[in-house]
Write a protein that binds this ligand. Structure first.
Ligand code: DAH
Length: 335
């Protein structure tokens, strides 16, 4: 058997690796030396024909060379994957379709609500999520120490700032800068210091409404909300008003909608009453108009506040508000 010259083989192999221009070339080099019939493979296979001394020496060297070349080839590979001008990068192959995200159910619902109100002549307005006590409470006719502050407990920040507990403060902010008549809706995020469960979250979304003019009445409110709900739920919705108390309105009412599931006949969703509690509303309190710089002797109007999460839950039959916020794709991918 011819004397095995591993040194020359190493020099040759290194040159070959160096010369390779693409992954194909590298593959050929691999086969030439390390493939099934590669030169080094054959040497390793023929060791059994050598004397014991020779076998040990050559075996060790050949194995070292094998590892060395494998490593060299591996090192050259990454460069080709990106920059090869050869076949490996075929620009004509269709790319894998990129997965783009989609809108969150609350965003879908917000946009739909905005669209319906815009079609009825309302402007969409926004306000800050960080508020001060004046806008969140005092200006809304909830003075310090008034028990109503308990219902809207929140997270207090430094410098007497707080996270707003409702979108109502934007009523004041808007009135300060705009003269009546006007009609606005204010969708936005709000915060509550509350324990969470299927129907409570520490943050959720509301839509505030405010319409002020010379003779805007509760009848206007009823017509507009009935129209809004019928468009939103895509079916005729009836509403009823029940007297209720909110410091920022007088009179105040709670608005119930005919059950969207049973159409008012009575089912488990509406506890057999045929009605679902939906929102708070009322005629804007004179003190609130004053706080916004509007003379209550000349102007009047209605306001309402409705939970956007609640509307979304009713529309899509979702039974746990927390699903909106925990990022579970099994839920989100259904929209
Ligand atoms: N701000 C109230 C809340 O968060 C909801 C509300 C009730 C808003 C009556 C109004 C209203 O504008 O007139 O519970």
């Amino acid at each position: 058997m011819a004397k095995i010259d591993l040194k020359t083989l190493k020099i040759e192999a290194e040159k070959d690796i160096e010369k390779a221009n693409n992954l194909n070339d590298l593959d050929t080099v691999f086969k030439k030396y390390l493939g099934k019939k590669g030169e080094i493979t054959l040497i390793l296979r023929s060791l059994k024909d050598l004397s014991e001394k020779e076998r040990k020496k050559t075996g060790k060297q050949a194995n070292e060379l094998k590892k060395f070349l494998e490593e060299k080839i591996k090192q050259r590979k990454p460069g080709f994957v990106k920059f090869s001008t050869d076949k490996e990068f075929d620009v004509s192959v269709p790319v894998q379709k990129l997965k783009v995200g989609h809108l969150h159910p609350l965003t879908l619902v917000r946009r739909e609500i905005e669209g319906i109100f815009e079609a009825m002549g309302f402007s969409v307005i926004s306000g800050p999520e960080i508020e001060n006590e004046w806008y969140n409470f005092d200006a809304l006719n909830i003075p310090a120490n008034h028990p109503a502050r308990d219902i809207w407990d929140t997270f207090y920040l430094k410098n007497k700032l707080l996270l707003r507990t409702h979108t109502s403060p934007v009523q004041i902010r808007f009135m300060e800068k705009n003269n009546p008549p006007f009609r606005i809706v204010v969708p936005g995020r709000i915060f509550r210091h509350e324990a969470t469960d299927a129907s409570h979250e520490i943050n959720f979304y509301q839509v505030e409404g405010l319409m002020v003019g010379k003779d805007i009445s509760a009848a206007n409110f009823k017509a507009i909300i009935q129209e809004f709900l019928s468009r939103f739920f895509n079916k005729k919705i009836k509403i009823r008003l029940r007297p209720s108390f909110f410091p920022f309105v007088e009179p105040g009412f709670e608005v119930d909608a005919s059950c969207t599931v049973c159409q008012g006949k009575g089912c488990s969703v509406c506890s057999k009453t045929g009605w679902l509690e939906l929102m708070g509303a009322g005629m804007v309190h004179p003190n609130v108009l004053k706080a916004g710089g509007i003379n209550p002797n000349n102007w009047q109007g209605f306001a309402f506040g409705v939970g956007m999460d609640r509307l979304a839950m009713m529309k899509y039959k979702i039974d746990d508000i927390r699903l909106f916020y925990n990022g579970d794709l099994r839920f989100l991918n259904q929209f």
